[in-house]
Write a protein that binds this ligand. Structure first.
Ligand SMILES: NC(=O)c1ccc[n+]([C@@H]2O[C@H](COP(=O)([O-])OP(=O)(O)OC[C@H]3O[C@@H](n4cnc5c(N)ncnc54)[C@H](O)[C@@H]3O)[C@@H](O)[C@H]2O)c1
Ligand SMILES: [Zn+2]
Length: 366
């Protein structure tokens, strides 16, 4: 079991280990004692029994425990569900002393976090991530959001959880492609700020998988990286934007495909296109691009290039949060295992992207 503290205004711990849900009360009792608890989860998670285990562990240690299970999928990260949860809380007389638990992947985490940020101007919530992606990225850092038809994550707030309980045993039930989606964020961390991790990933004999013995260490390493970035730039004014490497295009692909392209696959194509852009601009040697493509292929993250035109994608990207009135922040690699932010005017962004998207071809498909 590992514990990492995030020293923000109200510091919180991230606990990482096996079978933590079975002993959840050991880690969460201080947050639930004499309080009402609402666990929000989704059907795919529920069917593997994690909700029952969590309830069983906590039920005699809080005032009252209830749960809501939503259908799975990105489409659930919407304002309707925010309202549904809020009405549920109000009907059940939840007060500011009570607590929500998000049991699921990034979708449940983002939805519950955002709802917790606005109900009674903010109540406590606990993250219990059940996907690799949520464990290494979305459950840490306090960014919460839901999607609207105009764009992904356009309605959100900064609201840190009071605790993150990361039970690595829950990954056993993850389908391979969902585990691989998380690997896209892992490769992102390595590309933006960790040459050692990037080298290790490239040189691994076996690609990382949910059975890998070093999985907990890798989670620990990623969570520490995210924690350090968040501490330096809690409100996403600068450094934290590095975490958006591949995401501006990734989000546009997700949205344009009506979420048929997953977050991890969208981000993977985003990283590939923007790394190629860095080669075109002579910021990096072509070998870095080749290594990235090889790595993404090993994790089956490079899907076929969709037939969307650059104009269609640019239109969506210009709605992105990284856009300012006349400028756009892009994240480009500038060394092996290092990226930098580039603030460029919108016309230049448009021209650069158009050229890269037209020339982009998928090197290896799965
Ligand atoms: N807030 C942030 O900082 C941040 C960072 C990165 C990503 N995100 C968001 O996270 C979301 C993507 O997260 P995700 O990939 O976890 O998506 P997800 O929550 O949709 O989970 C992916 C799939 O795995 C299933 N699943 C979840 N846990 C399972 C388990 N233990 N066993 C079997 N199946 C399981 C889900 O039902 C779903 O089908 C996106 O909405 C993205 O915008 C947020
Ligand atoms: Zn992401």
């Amino acid at each position: 079991m590992e514990r990492i503290t995030v020293q923000v205004n109200k510091p919180y711990d991230i606990v990482i280990g096996k079978n933590l849900i079975d002993n959840a009360v050991k880690y969460l009792s201080q947050f639930i004692q004499k309080r009402k608890v609402l666990i929000i989860t989704e059907d795919n998670v529920n069917k593997h029994g994690y909700l029952d285990k969590l309830k069983y562990s906590l039920e005699n240690h809080c005032e009252n425990i209830e749960f809501l299970s939503l259908p799975p999928g990105e489409a659930q990260k919407n304002l309707k569900n925010v309202e549904l949860i809020i009405r549920y809380l109000a009907d059940a007389h939840f007060t500011r002393d009570d607590v929500l638990i998000a049991l699921g992947g990034g979708v449940i985490g983002d939805l519950v976090g955002f709802t917790a940020s606005i109900y009674l101007r903010g109540i406590a919530y606990i993250q219990v991530p059940t996907t690799f992606l949520a464990a290494i990225d979305s459950s840490v850092g306090g960014k919460t959001a839901v999607d609207i038809t105009q764009g992904k994550n356009l309605v959100g707030a900064f609201h840190h959880p009071v605790c993150v309980l990361c039970d690595t045993s829950t990954f056993q039930s993850l389908p391979t492609d969902i585990f691989e989606d998380g690997c896209s964020e892992l490769i992102k961390y390595a590309m933006i700020m960790n040459p050692k991790l990037l080298k290790e990933l490239i040189e691994r004999e076996q690609p990382l998988n949910k059975e890998s013995s070093d999985l907990p260490e890798i989670i620990y390493e990623c969570v520490k990286m995210k924690r350090d970035i968040v501490l330096k730039d809690e409100f996403d004014q600068g450094l934290r934007q590095l975490l958006n490497f591949g995401h501006t295009l990734g989000h546009a692909l997700e949205q344009r495909s009506q979420y048929r392209i997953s977050h991890g696959r969208g981000v993977a194509m985003g990283m590939a296109v923007f790394t190629k852009m860095a080669v075109t601009q002579q910021l990096i040697h072509k070998d870095i691009y080749t290594s990235l493509i090889q790595l993404l292929s090993e994790y089956h993250l490079l899907s076929e290039k969709p037939s969307y035109t650059s104009d269609q994608l640019i239109n969506i990207m210009l709605n992105d949060k990284k856009r300012r009135t006349h400028q756009m922040t892009t994240v480009l690699p500038n060394e092996f295992g290092q990226c930098r932010l580039h603030v460029i005017d919108l016309n230049t962004f448009q021209q650069n992207f158009e050229k890269e998207w037209e020339q982009y071809e998928v090197h290896q498909r799965y």
